[in-house]
Structures are given as C-alpha cells and as structure tokens.
Design a binder for this molecule. Structure first.
Ligand SMILES: *[C@@H]1O[C@H](CO)[C@@H](O)[C@H](O)[C@H]1NC(C)=O
Ligand SMILES: *[C@@H]1O[C@H](CO)[C@@H](O)[C@H](O)[C@H]1NC(C)=O
Length: 168
C-alpha cells in the first residue's frame, strides 16, 4: 500500500516537472530596443521583434500557440519602488505577430515609438524614475492558458536633451 502511494507520488512529481518544463514556449523575441538601451527624449525609437518559427526550435513544440497580436506600453515608476503599480501609457497597439507559413522560419517586424519630450522627463526625471517598454502578446480566447507568453519588459536608460528647455 505504502509502496503504491510512493509510486503514485513519483508519477505525479514527474508529471508536474514535465508540465513546468513545457511551460511557456516563448515565440516572440524583442530584438530592439535591448534591455538597458540608452534612448534620447523626443526621438523616434526603432522597435524590432521576431516571431520565431516553432519548427526552427529543437525540439519543435507539439502545439505552438502564437499570439494573435501584441501591444506595447511605456511604463515608469519611482526608483526603488520595486516597479509596483507603474505609471503607463499605451505606446504601440495592434503589433503584427503573424508567423511565417507553417512556422518553418522566423519572421521579423519593425515599428517605432516616439520617446516623450523634455517636459515629460522634467516631470518624471530619469534620476528619480525608471522606464520600461513592456510588450504584451495577446492571444485569442480559445488559446489554452498554459502555453501563453508573459509580457516582455525592456528597461530603457533615458537621456534627456534639455539644452533648449523650456522649448523641447
Ligand atoms: C530641464 O531644465 C529645466 C530648467 O533648468 C529643469 O527645471 C528641468 O528639471 C530639466 N529637466 C531635466 C529632465 O533635467
Ligand atoms: C493544443 O492546444 C489546444 C488549444 O490551446 C489545446 O486544446 C490542446 O489540448 C493542445 N494539445 C496539446 C497536445 O498540447
């Protein structure tokens, strides 16, 4: 009896381990900006990302779930505030995440984001605030919840061009 119990427990543990290792096959990769990249106020920031072809992965996932689109928000929070409840505004919406046919290749996309001007950064000074672009893959309702990719947060190091203040 005790032996059966132990046996069942090991099966359960194995299943749990399998579930955990299969969790969240990331199919979106943000190529630019890179984490910690320096960006300048009031410039156009190039964004690029890759929708990874599931068949290029080894092993290829049995059941790859691609997002139907993606959004990005610009988020900021006071330094040392653990990033809880950041301020944010919508930076980019409806980003295309269509994958290459049958997922046999990666597919790259570009977009651009207008970095706020020096008025914004005078109110939220980079010496007191941390900034991120957070990309959120969106999934159609019928996608199972276990395979979905979490939002991708990219830290930005903001340099303020304040030479002409108050004209930004
Ligand atoms: C820009 O310059 C103004 C005037 O000196 C100052 O009040 C403001 O804090 C500066 N902004 C930044 C982001 O340094
Ligand atoms: C494949 O994905 C669908 C939809 O998310 C799900 O219902 C199904 O159980 C998955 N199958 C496997 C083998 O993971």
């Amino acid at each position: 009896m005790a032996l059966t119990h132990t046996y069942n427990m090991s099966i359960l543990f194995l299943l749990l381990l399998l579930t955990l290792t299969c969790f969240g096959q990331d199919l979106i990769q943000i190529d630019s900006p890179t984490n910690g990249q320096t960006v300048t106020s009031k410039t156009r920031l190039d964004v690029s990302y890759t929708v990874i072809g599931a068949q290029t992965l080894s092993p290829a996932p049995v059941n790859a779930t691609y997002p139907s689109s993606m959004t990005a928000s610009f988020q900021w929070s006071q330094k040392g505030n653990n990033n809880d409840n950041p301020f944010s505004f919508s930076a980019l919406g409806g980003l295309n995440t269509r994958h290459y046919a049958a997922g046999i290749q990666n597919k790259g996309y570009t977009a651009s984001f207008n970095v706020p001007n020096c008025h914004f950064f005078s109110r939220y000074n980079p010496s007191n605030y941390d900034f991120h672009l957070v990309f959120t893959p969106l999934y159609s309702e019928e996608s199972g919840s276990s395979e979905l990719q979490e939002p991708i947060s990219v830290a930005l190091n903001v340099q303020v061009n304040n030479a002409s203040f108050p004209k930004c």
